[in-house]
Write a protein that binds this ligand. Structure first.
Ligand SMILES: C[S@@+](CC[C@H](N)C(=O)[O-])C[C@H]1O[C@@H](n2cnc3c(N)ncnc32)[C@H](O)[C@@H]1O
Length: 268
């Protein structure tokens, strides 16, 4: 693969087979949204493993293959979710933090709950385990790239605070917005959303853009080992980053490539 020549590359194939052929120390970030393990019960790709142990071995296996591909100051963002009773994700976090250095735990607040249980609170979030290569690595992370705007009423309230003598400077500061917390509040995609293109687990592009913008510089390359509908590739295309995606399912590969083509024509 000549990834330098192609800004975005969606590879059709299995993560275990395709990752070893990628260039070493090439990716500034890895954004991985793998099968969750028996959470989406109707999707064959989420039910490939006979036991939680087999799934955990597989997670560890492909992440180990990814390790030399990540730059030393890079980050891995690993999506995970529980099912109603399924909790393999908890073991995944514990196990992976023995191999990698724990960096952060980000919550994706989907804003709206998805009402699939009556015996507990309505689920409303997914999780992103953030890992770095070694405990002493200093990852690249630009907090200024992902600021969250204050609403107008809040800005006006803060401007009335007399402790700040220069109102022009104060307003310019407030208009930049505040740093994002590690609870990222981005509405999940509804069935009738214009953004939704036919993948059952498609992530909102704004969510992936926040990761891309904070964890990479313009021109950097991002690896998405489970490309699905190509959300990472689209987020990179919109923000001047390069990307490589791997996806097993030929239909999803076609969706992702089509999406990239549409991004390119919208930008031209
Ligand atoms: C949770 S989805 C990713 C969704 C994606 N983030 C999006 O926004 O569209 C997981 C994807 O992994 C793919 N997949 C499952 N096993 C795989 C494997 N061994 N290698 C590569 N892709 C795989 C599935 O086909 C599925 O599209």
């Amino acid at each position: 693969m000549d990834s330098a020549a192609v800004a975005h590359h969606i590879i059709e194939g299995d993560v275990l087979r395709e990752v070893p052929g990628l260039p070493d120390a090439h990716f500034q970030a890895i954004i991985a949204d793998p099968p969750y393990y028996q959470v989406l019960l109707e999707e064959a790709w989420d039910n490939q493993w006979a036991t939680p142990e087999a799934y955990l071995d597989w997670l560890e296996q492909w992440l180990t293959l990814c390790r030399p591909k990540l730059r030393d100051d890079g980050l891995v963002f690993l999506f995970g979710q529980h099912g109603k009773r399924e909790h393999t994700w908890l073991h995944a976090c514990s196990r992976l933090c023995r191999e990698w250095a724990f960096h952060d735990f980000v919550v994706w607040d989907r804003v709206v709950g998805y009402n699939d249980r009556s015996d507990s609170f309505t689920p409303q979030y997914e999780m992103i385990l953030v890992l770095r290569k070694t405990a002493d690595a200093t990852p690249y992370f630009d907090k200024d790239a992902v600021r969250v705007p204050y609403d107008e009423a809040t800005i006006q309230t803060y401007l009335r605070d007399k402790r700040y003598p220069d109102p022009v400077k104060r307003e310019a500061h407030l208009r930049k917005g505040k740093y994002a917390t590690n609870i990222l509040r981005v509405p999940s995609l509804k069935g009738n959303s214009k953004e939704k293109i036919g993948h059952p687990s498609q992530k909102p592009i704004r969510l992936i853009e926040m990761l891309v913008l904070a964890a990479t510089r313009p021109g950097d390359c991002v690896l998405d080992p489970f490309a699905g509908s190509g959300t990472t590739a689209a987020a990179c295309a919109r923000n001047g980053r390069r990307s490589v995606g791997i996806e097993l399912n030929a239909d999803y590969v076609a969706l992702a490539r089509q999406r990239l083509a549409e991004e390119a024509s919208a930008a031209s």
